[in-house]
Design a binder for this molecule. Sequence first.
Ligand SMILES: [Zn+2]
Length: 362
Amino acid sequence: MHPPFRRFWSRVYAIVAYYLGIWPAIYALRKLLGKKPLLTVFTFHRITDAKSSGVHLVTYDKGTPRELFDVQIAQIKRFYETISLEEFTEIVTGKRTLQRNSALITFDDADSEFVSQALPVLLKHGCNGVVFAPTDFIETAKRLWHLRVSNAFHRIDEKTWPKVQALARQFPEDKQNWLDNLDHRNREDLATACWRFNIALDRMSEEEIEIFVERLETITGTEYELGIATMTWPQLKQVRSAGISVESHSASHRKLARLDAESIKKELLDSKSLLKKELGVGVAAVCYPAGSYDEHVARIAADAGYKLGFTTQFGFIDYPLDGIDLLTLTRFDMRGNNKYEVARFLGELPVRQPKKSWPLKE
Ligand SMILES: [Zn+2]
């Protein structure tokens, strides 16, 4: 059968099996046919209180509502055994055999609402997991650039809006009129404007991003009212003592593949040593910010002493792995927009990770 059709039907089977509750039988059959159990890493970002997240404009800031996260974790638990980073490491390094479908739950950016929203749900379901923390943002006034953009858009008023529109006219040619026909008083338009501003900057170099964010803040004011931050050290310690690993998400959260070798090394070493100093435990894993990595970045990570590197590439993990591949592990990004998300991914169960993934798009 032609591959897209085969994939279509295997998705249909998986989803039907899921809703009929006969997945364990299908799973047993797969095992009998000699298929290996699955190893999957799920990615989450912000888990939020649905009542208060309504004030936010863009998807990232709104996060995944805690109630939905609860449903998603329950769905994951139906099909997977959730494992710790230590167990995951033993599996991928061949020290432990994979007996059943196993999932590692990961959280990027170490969001400040993790302790109040995500942690209680994880504990309720008996899950552990990993939090990836960008260390420059812990207990400092620094904020991820996209949060600074969101904050500025929250502050836009009658007076500042034309100036922000004028700033956007300095975007690369195809995006210069992106904010022109939008009305800041209309919430949907304002959200679109904020989103477009993010997209335009995301394509720029790190230096250009900083220039644009600074100019935006000069217009709207720099006071940070958004409320979204990175966890503090006491919070990260609390997370650790609940059995969740805290690992590196670089120091500055810049796109590593865009930096020179020296800066990449510094990002990886500084974050690693600060986490070790503050939390008193070794750091073995890094998650490349904004999914930006290449073979060069992965090599530097290995040289810096990292055993595992997590990307935003979509896929199951083809184990056992060796060498550089452990530094380019694939994941499933949970966007948190509906409760069928896990089912949708389970519908893609037969889709395998591509063998080689270079070069990568960002
Ligand atoms: Zn991140």
